[in-house]
Design a protein around this ligand. Structure first.
Ligand code: WTA
Length: 658
């Protein structure tokens, strides 16, 4: 569906940073430089990849003999743990702080702050790797699960697994038992690392209890390691569960585990993400290409320097944290902030206080966070000194020009680079952004900017042809790039079908976008049945499945509707089972049920009870129609509807709600 609809974006508003270190080029010059990078073909990436430390250099830059299963830097041997930890711990950065961690609880300041140098990190990663190898026998080809709050053990376990060539899958600690079980089963994980609990907004999230429930339906998990964090009593199953500190106490302080020489195209991790239908798909990322893209973007987008204090406010459980908390910044030897809890708890300015106390210089945050700060008001920012910040980006969803301007003024003092980096779980790292660390084009409020060098992005119509400027269409990536997925775990056909079949030979992203006359991209949002609630990627299908597990629900349709702070929230239309009476507390009960069974990141504007849902004659729910009615847009062609009265039903439900 491409349209000529009126798009109201500040295409012509150009703003240059006043900080003098950045080389600002005109969009025309940038596109020439960009074109030259593409003219070099895959070889363009060689100079970037060469800056990594390879155990063995690659023989072939890009193996494209079996599309779309492209392989980067074939023949090369490398290790992500070696690149992030050993290189710095064995060099002059050994006593440099790698992680500054702040925990919750928090009142008048953090109660716990830990600093780990690169040498500390090296020791911890080695000891954990030793444990995984010697005690649990894990090695190359195995998979393990990680379900931890934002504590230093989370990156440490990821790096320890990477050291052994063990593929890991991290489950975001805001997901519930079902999600944990599904992911462990699909990944066939042997070991799961969790904590007794994690702190969030003054409350304990009982992670171990959730794991106990999840493990009732897992098949492959044999052992559970439990980090003691919140200290409450938890059930420990004999022979299966052990506390980390107990087993680790037997590992020598100076344990060393040789980093496995893994192939460039071996899997580093599996990260599950939501798509249009079915259960979340396990996106598999390799090592060589992935680390190359992270190295490039840490330099180009973040302009990372040794003096910087880098802070990405995402959770490690999502791809942003994998790439720009764990692997990217540590590979560059940066000092970075890690925090447990929430940005605005216990006070709206917890985050500003973190910036101020640690002199954060590069800040990577989200539009939802920014809009939340806007809601609290600027006084929470102006009472702090944020002058350490020299560069900012946002990520996860489109940033509205108004929020961009507000943050640019208050934190950026209208002088520093501030971008919105577009990418997704599948791309591994940032692909579209302004790049203050290399050639930077002027900013525009809310834009993503041009693609980075070496990346061929475009906007297509339904026929797979590029659309004219300033016209809405589908975002695509026309050539393979380092950092692209290896496949979908255990489902290569689905990988081909979802990403490479709509426009054969081209990677279909699933976002709407427009490109302006300066070659800047403006990503407008998802073109499929995927929601972005506060930047969290959630399939409508998953919320529907969660709803219909409730005994009162017969059928459910979930769509996304705009929300001023969270970008988008869910709206559900539910048909109750015969005989269920609409009790006043039923809605609340359903919301609670979904949050418990799926995760608290599911936020509903409303749940409506209806008697009919718009369906095709073959019985498929037409979410497009539901969404159009719910958002008040054109309903369009409804000739395939089985019963037109169902549309009225939705309308009526919405009117009653208003
Ligand atoms: C959206 C998050 C506009 C987009 C890194 C994409 C964005 C989805 C931006 C991927 C941005 C991400 N501007 N939209 N700067 N960044 N998106 O997999 O819809 O959680 O398809 O990866 O987020 O979400 P995911």
């Amino acid at each position: 569906m491409t349209t000529q609809e009126e798009i109201n974006l500040p295409f012509n508003e150009m703003i240059e940073p006043k900080l003098l270190r950045h080389r600002v080029v005109s969009p025309q010059l940038y596109s020439e430089i960009h074109k030259r990078s593409l003219d070099q073909g895959p070889q363009f990436w060689e100079s970037v990849a060469r800056e990594l430390d390879w155990f063995k250099p690659w023989e072939k830059t890009l193996d494209d003999s079996n599309p779309p299963f492209y392989k980067w830097f074939v023949g090369g041997e490398v290790n992500a743990s070696y690149l992030t930890v050993d290189r710095h711990a064995n060099g002059w950065r050994r006593n440099k702080v790698a992680l500054i961690w702040e925990g919750e609880p928090w009142s008048d300041g953090p109660k716990e702050v830990k600093k780990l140098t690169y040498l500390d990190l090296y020791r911890e990663v080695n000891r954990v790797a030793y444990l995984l190898k010697e005690e649990y026998g894990l090695g190359k080809g195995d998979t393990m699960g990680i379900y931890l709050p934002m504590i230093p053990e989370l990156p440490i376990f990821m790096l320890a697994a990477a050291r052994l060539g063990v593929a890991f899958t991290v489950v975001f600690s805001g997901f519930s038992a079902q999600a944990v079980a599904d992911r462990m089963n699909d990944a066939e994980a042997k070991l799961l690392v969790t904590a007794d609990g994690g702190w969030r907004r003054g409350k304990v999230v009982p992670l171990k209890d959730i794991v106990d429930k999840a493990l009732e339906s897992t098949k492959t998990i044999r052992n559970v390691l439990v980090v003691r964090r919140t200290g409450q009593e938890v059930r420990m199953e004999k022979g299966r569960d052990r506390y980390l500190h107990e087993v680790l106490s037997k590992v020598p302080q100076n344990a060393y585990v040789e980093p496995e020489r893994v192939k460039s195209e071996d899997p580093l991790y599996i990260l599950y993400t939501s798509g249009t239908t079915g259960k979340p798909k396990g996106i598999v990322h390799g090592v060589g290409g992935y680390m190359t893209l992270l190295h490039a973007t840490m330099k180009w987008a973040f302009d990372i320097r040794d003096e910087d204090v880098f802070w990405c406010t995402a959770d490690i459980g999502w791809v942003t944290g994998h790439s720009y908390i764990v692997f990217g910044p540590l590979m560059e030897g940066a000092t970075e902030v890690l925090y447990e809890g929430a940005l605005d708890y216990p006070e709206p300015d917890r985050w500003v206080s973190i910036v101020e106390r640690h002199n954060v210089s590069v800040l990577y945050t989200s539009p939802t966070a920014i809009r939340t700060f806007m809601k609290y008001g600027e006084q929470w920012i102006t009472k702090h000194d944020v002058s350490s910040v020299r560069l900012m980006h946002s990520v996860g969803e489109p940033i509205n020009p108004e929020a961009w301007r507000w943050f640019f003024k208050l934190v950026g003092k209208e002088r520093i680079p501030f971008g919105s980096t577009w990418w997704m779980t599948e791309t591994g790292g940032i692909l579209i952004t302004i790049t203050p660390g290399s050639y930077m084009v002027p900013m525009k409020p809310g834009t993503n900017g041009p693609p980075i060098l070496g990346v061929a992005a475009n906007v297509y119509n339904d026929e797979g042809k590029p659309v004219p400027e300033e016209t809405k269409g589908y975002l695509v990536i026309e050539r393979p790039w380092p950092g692209m997925p290896l496949t979908i775990h255990r489902d290569p056909e689905r990988y081909v079908k979802v990403y490479w079949s709509k426009f054969p030979g081209t990677f279909y992203v699933g976002d709407y976008a427009v490109k302006d006359k300066d070659g800047y991209f403006w990503i407008l949002g998802r073109a499929d049945e995927v929601l972005k609630i506060a930047g969290h990627r959630i399939g409508t299908y998953e919320l529907e499945s969660a709803l219909i597990q409730h005994p009162a629900v017969a059928e459910a349709a979930v769509v996304g509707v705009p929300d001023p702070v969270r970008g988008e929230v869910a709206e559900a239309f539910v048909i109750l089972r015969g005989g269920t009476s609409v009790r006043p507390e039923l809605k609340e009960e359903l919301v609670k049920f979904v949050r418990e069974n799926y995760g608290p990141i599911a936020v509903f504007r409303e749940i409506h009870f209806v008697n009919k849902l718009p369906k095709t004659r073959s019985g498929k729910i037409m979410r497009r129609v539901v969404r159009a009615v719910a958002t008040g847009s054109e309903v369009g062609d409804i000739t395939s509807l089985e019963d037109e009265a169902s549309v009225e039903e939705i309308r009526k439900a919405l009117q009653e709600f208003k």
